[in-house]
Ligand binder design. Structure first.
Ligand code: DX5
Ligand code: ZN
Length: 220
């Protein structure tokens, strides 16, 4: 029996003019987490939202805020995101001079620690930190924009991570992010992902039927 797959809808594809309502709808539609993509126009070419917005949307749901930081530097903003209500804080190792310090800083605020690997980032970047983190986010598009095409070439990396985690008997969630749709969610799960991030598919397919799209992604 395969274990339960969690769905973390990315609010990047939501209607920002009614963000609170959109999050309430995701909550009611059965989302497990709320994926918040934070971009700074420097680490990635796009600019999205910051801690002030997270603070404003925090009261509308009890769901876990899965905050994906695509910002550089990272450390000076960890406290702001922790105080704003992030539950999981995920960063890119390329964006910090000292990965261990960033991990420890997130821990200091009692938040779950995630590390993200871009499509071309190798496992060796994070291997020695595996016993210190809760989640690995494998990017299946170049970070920066919603609606890009899934890159199947990241699947072997996901499989290798899954094997390493099982071998070391670690409890690390494997999340995949970018271009996830009804056609590729199955291969992502088979490769080892237990959390799927999805923006465009959840908000745009089936006339934006969030409930249907979330359950389709989970069950495929
Ligand atoms: C890309 C973001 C993703 C993305 C997901 O940089 O990290 O979370 O917005 O959106 P879709 O599912 O449209 O690729
Ligand atoms: Zn993301």
């Amino acid at each position: 029996m395969s274990s339960y797959v969690k769905i973390s809808p990315s609010i990047l594809s939501a209607d920002f003019s009614k963000l609170g309502e959109e999050i309430i709808s995701l909550d009611k539609a059965g989302a497990d987490y709320i994926h918040v993509d934070v971009m700074d126009g420097h680490f990635v070419p796009n600019i999205t939202i910051g801690p002030e917005i997270i603070k404003k949307i925090r009261p509308v749901t009890k769901k876990i805020f899965d905050v994906h930081l695509m910002i550089e530097p990272v450390d000076k903003y960890i406290k702001d995101f922790a105080d704003a209500g992030a539950d999981i804080i995920t960063f890119h190792p390329e964006a910090t001079p000292n990965t261990l310090e960033t991990i420890n800083l997130i821990r200091k605020y009692n938040k779950k620690v995630g590390i993200s690997l871009k499509p071309r980032s190798e496992i060796s970047l994070i291997e020695k930190f595996l016993d210190k983190i809760d989640l690995i986010l494998v990017m299946s598009v170049e970070p920066g924009f919603a609606g890009q095409k899934f890159m199947p070439e990241v699947l072997p990396k996901l499989k290798n991570l899954k094997e390493m985690i099982s071998l070391k008997k670690l409890k690390i969630d494997l999340e995949i992010d970018g271009g996830i749709n009804f056609e590729n969610s199955k291969i992502a799960i088979e490769a080892g992902a237990n959390i799927l991030v999805s923006g465009s598919t959840i908000f745009k397919k089936n006339n934006g039927d969030l409930k249907k799209n979330i359950s389709l992604l989970r069950s495929i």
